[in-house]
Design a protein around this ligand. Structure first.
Ligand SMILES: NC(=O)c1ccc[n+]([C@@H]2O[C@H](COP(=O)([O-])OP(=O)(O)OC[C@H]3O[C@@H](n4cnc5c(N)ncnc54)[C@H](O)[C@@H]3O)[C@@H](O)[C@H]2O)c1
Ligand SMILES: *[C@@H]1O[C@H](CO)[C@@H](O)[C@H](O)[C@H]1NC(C)=O
Ligand SMILES: *[C@@H]1O[C@H](CO)[C@@H](O)[C@H](O)[C@H]1NC(C)=O
Length: 314
């Protein structure tokens, strides 16, 4: 166990707790920092419970047992304790730009030269909260997907001034903890995952808005159709296999794809009566007081899928 360095986690909510477990699973010493003391106490309690539950189900990651992993995680409300000797800090505070900017300013005063500052932000470009920092070349985004323990993707996004070796080291650390990093060459709004997700939502909206299909059926196109493949192959490899290779796919479908795409229309603004109607149909499918139950269902499916994927790729 000894020998692995120390990692700091800022914010002990959903994402912070997941990252703590991921780092501890390969033997890092983890210090979890929060500005709300009760949050840390809760987070540590929950983490211990979760590690034990994962162990009981045979789903614990890494080679250490649950008590060994839990022993690696400690909490603090002192930012100096957090930063001391840390090789890597993963920031997981709420998605508020002013909060993140204030926190990074505070970190900038105390952080050591070698420490990488990595943000879990889903939406903010790293330049927005690192611009005026002394340590700006050590800052970048590592955007996870919920729940990170079962969905391995992490989007690594540098600011214009992030050092290349910081990007490389972050990629290596994410691989080491068993995640699947993809590295963007530069920052862009929405990163990659949300740009693709929004393109899907755009077209889903249009199809419901124009009365072609209802909410249930359009979702079924993904969960019973496209999504079945996409859990294993991306859209490009899917296309490659759907013809005699990609060159052949382009020969066959370039004109069709272009012609269909021309009928898609302008970017929809998702508001007004259609927004009300879509929400209404979804609340019939999943009433608002059943969201937690449905999230459990989702997480259980993702757990089973990650086990299946591991088995198929062995
Ligand atoms: N939840 C998701 O699905 C998801 C997915 C990917 C990325 N993210 C991103 O991860 C980040 C965290 O999200 P979350 O869902 O875990 O949030 P959360 O609300 O569950 O947890 C945030 C924690 O940060 C603490 N906190 C707030 N301000 C702080 C400060 N200044 N210093 C230290 N601690 C502070 C809070 O007390 C809380 O414990 C956000 O940027 C979010 O966009 C979330
Ligand atoms: C976990 O491993 C340690 C070290 O091998 C051992 O002492 C401890 O008893 C184990 N705990 C459980 C619950 O298996
Ligand atoms: C829909 O969303 C995508 C991805 O965010 C965006 O790039 C595109 O311009 C939007 N508009 C259309 C017409 O698809």
């Amino acid at each position: 166990m000894a020998g692995k360095g120390k990692v700091g986690i800022i914010g002990s909510g959903l994402i912070g707790r997941s990252f703590s477990m991921l780092f501890a699973s390969v033997g890092y010493t983890v210090v979890l920092y929060d500005n709300v003391p009760t949050q840390i106490e809760n987070a540590l309690k929950e983490t211990e419970k979760e590690l034990k539950a994962l162990e009981a189900k045979g789903l614990l990651r890494g080679k250490l047992n649950a008590s060994q992993q839990f022993a690696l995680i400690s909490g603090t409300t002192d930012i100096k304790v957090l930063v001391k000797d840390a090789i890597f800090i993963q920031e997981c505070i709420p998605e508020r730009l002013d909060w993140k900017q204030a926190l990074y300013k505070q970190l900038d005063e105390v952080v050591e030269e070698q420490t990488i500052l990595s943000s879990s932000t889903s939406t903010f470009l790293p330049s927005l909260f690192s611009k005026d920092l002394k340590h700006q070349s050590n800052v970048l985004v590592s955007h996870p997907v919920n729940p990170p323990y079962y969905v391995p993707l992490v989007e690594v996004v540098p600011a214009p001034w992030t050092k290349p070796e910081v990007v490389q080291k972050t990629r290596a650390i994410m691989e080491e903890i068993g995640q699947k990093p993809v590295v963007l060459s530069r920052e862009i709004e929405g990163f990659v995952l949300n740009r693709i997700q929004y393109a899907i939502l755009n077209e889903t909206w249009r199809l419901v808005d124009s009365g072609i299909v209802d909410v249930k059926d359009v979702d079924s196109v993904m969960s019973d159709g496209l999504g079945m493949r996409y859990a294993f192959l991306g859209p490009l490899e899917t296309a490659h296999l759907n013809a005699e290779g990609m060159t052949n796919y382009f020969e066959r479908y370039t004109n069709t794809m272009y012609a269909v795409s021309q009928t898609m229309g302008p970017t929809p603004k998702m508001e007004g009566p259609t927004a009300v109607e879509i929400a209404k149909q979804l609340e019939v499918m999943v009433p608002l007081d059943k969201l937690a139950e449905r999230r459990n269902y989702r997480d259980n499916c993702l757990t089973q899928l990650s086990i299946l994927k591991k088995k198929l790729n062995e």
